[in-house]
Design a protein around this ligand. Sequence first.
Ligand SMILES: Nc1nc2c(c(=O)[nH]1)N[C@H]1C(S)=C(S)[C@@H](COP(=O)(O)O)O[C@H]1N2
Ligand SMILES: [Mo]
Length: 401
Amino acid sequence: MVRAAGRLAANLARWVATPPPVAPFREGAFRSGLHDEAPAAWLGVALGVTFTVCFVTGLASHLIQNPGSWFAWPARPVGLYRVTQGLHVVTGLVSIPLLLIKLFVVYPHLWAWPPVRSLRHAVDRVSIPALVGGSLFLLVTGVQNTMYWYPWGFFFPPAHYWAAWITIGALIMHIGAKAGIVRRVAAAREPRAAPDLAEADRGGLTRRGVLGLAGAASGLVFLTTAGTTVGPLQRLALLSPRRPSVGPQGFPVNQPAETAGVVQAAMDPAFVLRVEGNLPRPVEFSLADLAALPQREIELPIACVEGWSATARWGGVALVDLLRAVGAPVGGPVFVESLQQAGLYRSTTLNPAHASDPATLLALRVGGEPLHLDHGFPVRLIAPNNPGVLQTKWVARVEVL
Ligand SMILES: Nc1nc2c(c(=O)[nH]1)N[C@H]1C(S)=C(S)[C@@H](COP(=O)(O)O)O[C@H]1N2
Ligand SMILES: [Mo]
């Protein structure tokens, strides 16, 4: 009995010590110096930075759209969301070539033998499927979202949001397991030049070369996508589905009036905007009534969650002026609802900061002209530092909460 157990233990030890005789497990199966820890470490550092920025900005966007009682997104600076969401989309896109090259550099480790060397190694190996699977899921669904391409059955925002938590948890475990390697690589000033030269002699890519390739590929992705929000780069934005100046009145449309099913109601000459809730009595405003109220003109960006953003000069009635005109208190939240009958973005609740900011408009004009039907004619909401999804178009009802 004891001897049988001893034999079993010895066999097990031998099995663990000897790699299986098939190719990927064999010692020296991957000879390229590119699968070295130095390129893996530097790519890891770059991905650590892009993923962290992408996660924090994504979390901000999620909280703005789903605020808890403890979270209030400010109305100033007016272009903050434009910057955070632009960073979210661009860091995500730039991560794609970095991640693909990193996976190429490190995949031989999948066949490391023995499969588990230590507790730290075990923790790292458990985190890898979550990290790789989560990252690929986030990058693929994120790109599809920017293209309005929803081939899957699930709803994008919660799936993307929860996958981000899983991925970032796995990333923290991964950083814990690999921090030592990164420190070692960063400390070695002249990272073993000789094998690098040998690689170059054979005409292959060097370790420096693979990092250069990663830098060039992510730089190219940056240059061909950032123009969706960075105006001067617009002409280079070949890979972006939206350019900030292309659309009616010089900026894009996410949801046209036709698909929102509002054409008739929006064009109805009997259109009125109803204001009700916490005020002496409900009041209805025709377009002529709205035009008779004090008018303001203000330059504000519109910044969509999908990354595009554009600045326009909006004109109309400030929400605070409207509230004062009907005798409603200023300083509380305000609910704004569209003519649109169905759809997730048919209404929004402005938090007190946005509702009381004098730049928050019920816009009637853009660039000096009446709004295009697809931009929300006759009345749309435009608030400073507010994500595009919350800038309700075809506004028909304002409720003071
Ligand atoms: N009623 C309504 N308002 C809406 C939407 C919508 O689907 N329905 N889409 C929002 C989104 S996602 C964005 S980015 C902006 C875009 O405004 P634009 O079409 O004028 O550029 O409108 C917002 N307002
Ligand atoms: Mo949007």
